[in-house]
Design a protein around this ligand. Structure first.
Ligand code: T5A
Length: 205
């Protein structure tokens, strides 16, 4: 089977990390070679940019934040994603372009068409490879935020309020409606095992 590039998306605390852990264990059992990675980050310079983006002390204009996401993504794409796929490995990525549409396009820019057009242009011009499948872990925002609260320290995004994450959710729904051939909506309620089996079924493994 040709190697696949799979991204996981969702609002805060929906269980992406947990789901990716389970999915990667499944790939191990099947003997599928893969690279597990994340955004922002996933390559040396991209991880430095992640440090700036998530640091609560960083004061960034919304345009700066948007462009840093794409700068990190270019580093990640050329150093990690493309080489892995070229080497015949699957790529399992925690967040990718759909997070930008949701967090920046909707969270920061309120879904304004001009911002969504800019993001589209950035994707078309600076993202050399899109995911084959995107798994949107769909969970009520409030439930995800309650789960996320158990973490030790909130980063620059996690400290935002519910109204921001409601917009992020709208952005994920917008992306899903626009790209339903690539994005699978996964019901992320229920037990960890139930979510894991929905994911395996969606990927066909
Ligand atoms: N960002 C990113 C942008 O703004 N634009 C972009 O373009 C990109 C790429 C990255 C931040 O960057 C922003 C979005 C993000 O705010 P991050 O540190 O990578 O941040 O963290 P997140 O992606 O937000 O992930 P989270 O840490 O919030 O949560 P997860 O990974 O979704 O959730 P997880 O697995 O850690 O689970 C949370 C808790 O729930 C439990 C787990 O045990 C854990 O305690 N849990 C369940 N409980 C009950 N039932 C289940 N089915 C459960 N599954 C998990």
């Amino acid at each position: 089977m040709a190697p696949k590039f799979i991204s996981f998306e969702g609002t805060e605390g929906v269980g992406k990390t947990t789901a990716i852990d389970g999915f990667c264990r499944h790939l191990d059992e099947l003997g599928v070679a893969y690279v597990r990675t994340r955004e922002p980050g996933g390559a040396d310079m991209a991880e430095l940019i992640r440090g700036i983006l998530l640091n609560k002390n960083s004061i960034l204009h919304d345009d700066t934040e948007l462009l840093l996401m794409f700068a990190a993504r270019a580093d990640h794409s050329y150093k990690t994603i493309l080489p892995a796929l070229d080497a015949g490995k699957w790529v399992v990525c925690d967040r990718f372009i759909d997070s930008t549409v949701a967090y920046q396009g909707f969270g920061r820019f309120h879904g304004e068409q001009s911002a969504l057009d800019k993001i589209d242009l950035l994707i078309k011009n600076f993202v050399p490879r899109l995911p084959d499948i995107t798994l949107w872990l769909d969970l009520d925002v409030a439930i995800g935020m309650a789960r996320a609260k158990n973490r030790s320290q909130a980063d620059r995004f996690e400290s935002l309020d519910t109204s921001f994450f409601d917009k992020v959710y709208q952005g994920l729904e917008y992306g899903f409606n626009k790209n339903s051939e690539r994005i699978c909506r996964i019901d992320a309620s229920g037990s960890i095992d139930e979510v894991a089996s929905r994911i395996r079924e969606a990927v066909g493994l």
